[in-house]
Write a new protein. Structure first.
Length: 297
């Protein structure tokens, strides 16, 4: 279980990418998925992320984990939005519980699957899975030490950078401990019976209590360890100069410039379309742009 959430073997090209470029890619994707509303454009970004996965050379176990987790997110988001979509207009494409059904129909007011809810859930799920998938890819192909060095080079306060990397290192340990606790309970004859699904809180409490206790104990040990070494989150730090690592390569600079240009272009187009929709500013020469944004962005 621990091997599924910690960095692993991948092709050299993606492991050798500057971490600052990976962070820039994450930030650019985060802005784009908020700006874009059309399923086509969001799906295009997801296709790019899928292509990065295919070219990264990650083990099949991690690819399978990512696919299963992301498909569950898409399914759950679309289903919930399709059933409980409250905006109008809305078109029912499937009736699960009709209004005139005795008891349940009166209590629920009818339960329907709405076409607009499916589309809205698709858009929201594409936003979620794109960022989760890209974040997992960056974490799986980046060493935590290099991540810390990149954050420091980006002038992020060292205390914040240290906490971020510590959280990334804690996650594999917590997952591994969850597997140990589950195995220990099974060795003692514990089985999740069918009746316990109706009372999940007591079962989860017994499962999570040792995990939280070990996490608190480990965090206290870590705090004592860093304090004994004179750690000061707000103090100045020194490092040996490394021109090759401190300077961004030409390809990384070019990629960041392209990402910045795409962000600026999309932001400008969406802003002009918003001003047109709100009747703030309209220019007849931009009718083609307005139509393009409405259809594809």
């Amino acid at each position: 279980m621990r091997s599924l959430v910690e960095p692993t073997h991948a092709r050299k090209w993606i492991r050798s990418l500057d971490v600052r470029l990976k962070i820039g890619l994450l930030l650019s994707a985060a802005v784009l998925v908020v700006l874009l509303d059309a399923p086509w454009s969001l799906g295009g970004i997801l296709v790019v992320v899928a292509a990065l996965y295919a070219a990264s050379g990650l083990p099949w176990a991690k690819l399978r984990l990512a696919m299963v987790f992301l498909l569950l997110v898409v399914w759950g988001t679309m289903l919930s939005q399709a059933l409980f979509y409250a905006s109008v207009p809305r078109t029912a494409v499937l009736v699960l519980i009709p209004k005139d059904l005795p008891v349940l129909g009166g209590v629920t007011g009818g339960l329907y699957v709405y076409k607009e809810g499916l589309l809205y859930g698709l858009v929201q799920s594409l936003r979620i899975v794109t960022m989760i998938g890209l974040g997992l890819l960056v974490c799986w192909t980046t060493d935590p030490g290099e991540f810390l060095s990149a954050l420091v080079r980006l002038r992020v306060p060292y205390g914040v950078a240290f906490m971020t990397v510590t959280a990334l290192r804690f996650l594999p340990v917590v997952v591994a401990e969850a597997g140990v606790v589950r195995a220990a309970r099974r060795m003692k004859g514990y089985q999740l019976r069918r009746t316990q699904w109706l009372r999940p809180v007591p079962a989860l409490t017994r499962l999570f209590r040792p995990i939280f206790a070990n996490a608190i104990r480990r965090s206290r040990s870590l705090a004592l360890s860093v304090e004994s070494r004179g750690f000061n989150p707000v103090g100045g730090r020194t490092a040996l100069p490394d021109p090759d690592r401190d300077r961004l390569g030409n390809s990384a600079v070019f990629a960041l410039l392209v990402l910045g240009a795409v962000l600026l272009l999309v932001t400008t187009m969406k802003l002009l379309h918003w001003m047109f929709m709100e009747e703030i500013y309209y220019w007849s020469a931009l009718r083609g742009l307005y139509d393009f944004v409405r259809r594809f962005l």
